[in-house]
Design a protein around this ligand. Sequence first.
Ligand code: AMP
Length: 229
Amino acid sequence: MAKQPVNVVFLGPPGSGKGTQSRLVAADFGIPHVDTGELLRVVAQEPTETGQMVKHFLDRGMLVPEKVVADIIERRLSEPDCAWGFVLDGFPRTMSQAGLFDAILKKLGRTLAAAVLLDVPPNVVTARLSRRFVCGKCGAPYQSPRDGFPDQAFCQRCGSKLEIRSDDRPEVINRRLGIYARETAPLIDSFDRQGVLVRVDGTGKVEDVFARIKSELSRRLGQGFRQKT
Ligand code: AMP
């Protein structure tokens, strides 16, 4: 079988560990991790009309208009480093975005190898989100073992200060979970019908969840994918 670039998307509620796990998978395959939220946070810092508009939606935990997001994703997936494949985190997030995503894949001549769904119960995600911090500079995620400020107040990767994301405030968390249930959960059935859904138990230790994802992905992708060496 010809070896193919591996194109994977991650699904799961906010706080399901999507960011952490999709980064690990991307590093393991040697392909880029494309983080939709992070791409949008960069745009939100630009002093342009689009930047200010994106910031408005991000600060309220609301979905950014899909045309803006789809353009950003298409541009990123067209970059040369994505020719080997990509791990896409945070897009598509609605049925309508799934249609735009199909069109982007078609345009770029790509097929989706797997949609990994991290299954985590709502009470677990709420607890995780209220203990989540990110590096203000590189966006690396951290989890505090208890409520309040994290043990390590500086990023282990780049040394910058850790902060609470503006959309991880309690009232915004509830809104984001509601959006997930209404808008994103219907995608699960759609990916299942396409035969690409990979459902993984996302509870427990990071390394255990990663081992489950790896084993499911290797079973599904077999030797038919191309891994960078
Ligand atoms: P995340 O980092 O994935 O939790 O996303 C943070 C925020 O970015 C979300 O609350 C939305 O405001 C925005 N966002 C991320 N992905 C999308 C998307 N696919 N469509 C619209 N807005 C998005």
